[in-house]
Design a protein around this ligand. Structure first.
Ligand code: HEM
Length: 209
């Protein structure tokens, strides 16, 4: 079967979800670790941002991320349509556990996508940020997380991301034929949530100011 033929199958679309999901997870982990530079002060995190721009990785990364996100969404959308059509034939059948996880993944995905738009306007462009100077990462972050509703918005999004990763990681390893226990997905999700949320809560409690 050729690549297009494989993509037409459910397993082909699930493989695209798994591989693009893995690429997004790599970005998430790198971003979470990079954010921890906030704990070393303004020069550390602003310098880290400057360094990434100077070595020229920012634009290739943005283009790569856009492509990967587009594929992840397209495959998710097509899998949803496919599963709705399949279920249509058996309308009398009650919704089962599998569809509960799938619905949670869809809603989680929508919340994360909306968050990313807000997050870019907040910390990359600066329009939605009380300080809002591009490149002044430390000052932008500190201005943001003084506000309880900003901390709340980030917390909701990061927890949604945690649930998405917990199930997504397990699901992806099943698709790719790597058997893992559910505990690994849970552990990775908890570490990522804790790492991301440490920044807003450190600012909100005055640990970083
Ligand atoms: C508390 C959590 C987070 C903090 C403090 C944070 C912080 C930041 C900062 C400061 C920037 C701007 C860097 C710059 O342009 O100079 C940024 C960019 C970005 N963040 Fe986050 N982030 C968080 C969570 C997330 C999450 C959960 C995601 C994805 C789901 C994410 C995705 C991105 C993306 C895609 C960019 C744009 C990179 C670019 O093209 O410039 N961030 N983040």
């Amino acid at each position: 079967m050729d690549t297009i033929g494989l993509y037409r199958t459910t397993i082909g679309k699930k493989a695209v979800m798994a591989v693009t999901g893995a690429a997004l997870l790599l970005f998430i982990v790198a971003h979470m670790i990079g954010n921890l530079a906030v704990f070393s002060g303004a020069e550390a995190i602003d310098g880290y941002g400057r360094f990434l721009r100077e070595i020229g990785v920012v634009w290739p990364m943005r283009i790569g991320l856009l492509g990967v996100i587009a594929l992840h969404f397209l495959a998710a959308y097509q899998l949803t349509v496919k599963s709705r059509k399949a279920r249509g034939k058996y309308e009398h059948r009650r919704r089962v556990q599998g569809s509960y996880a799938a619905r949670t993944m869809r809603w989680g995905g929508v919340i994360i996508a909306l968050f990313v738009v807000y997050h870019l306007l907040d910390l990359t462009v600066g329009w939605a940020n009380p300080h809002g100077v591009p490149g002044e990462i430390y000052a932008n972050v500190v201005a943001d997380f003084q506000l309880w509703y900003v901390v709340l918005a980030y917390t909701v999004a990061v927890v949604a991301l945690g649930f998405h990763i917990r199930h997504g990681l397990w699901s992806a390893t099943q698709t790719l034929g790597i058997t893992t226990s559910r505990v690994i997905g849970l552990g990775v999700a908890v570490l990522i949530c804790a790492g991301f949320l440490s920044v807003p809560f450190a600012v909100f409690t005055g640990l970083v100011s």
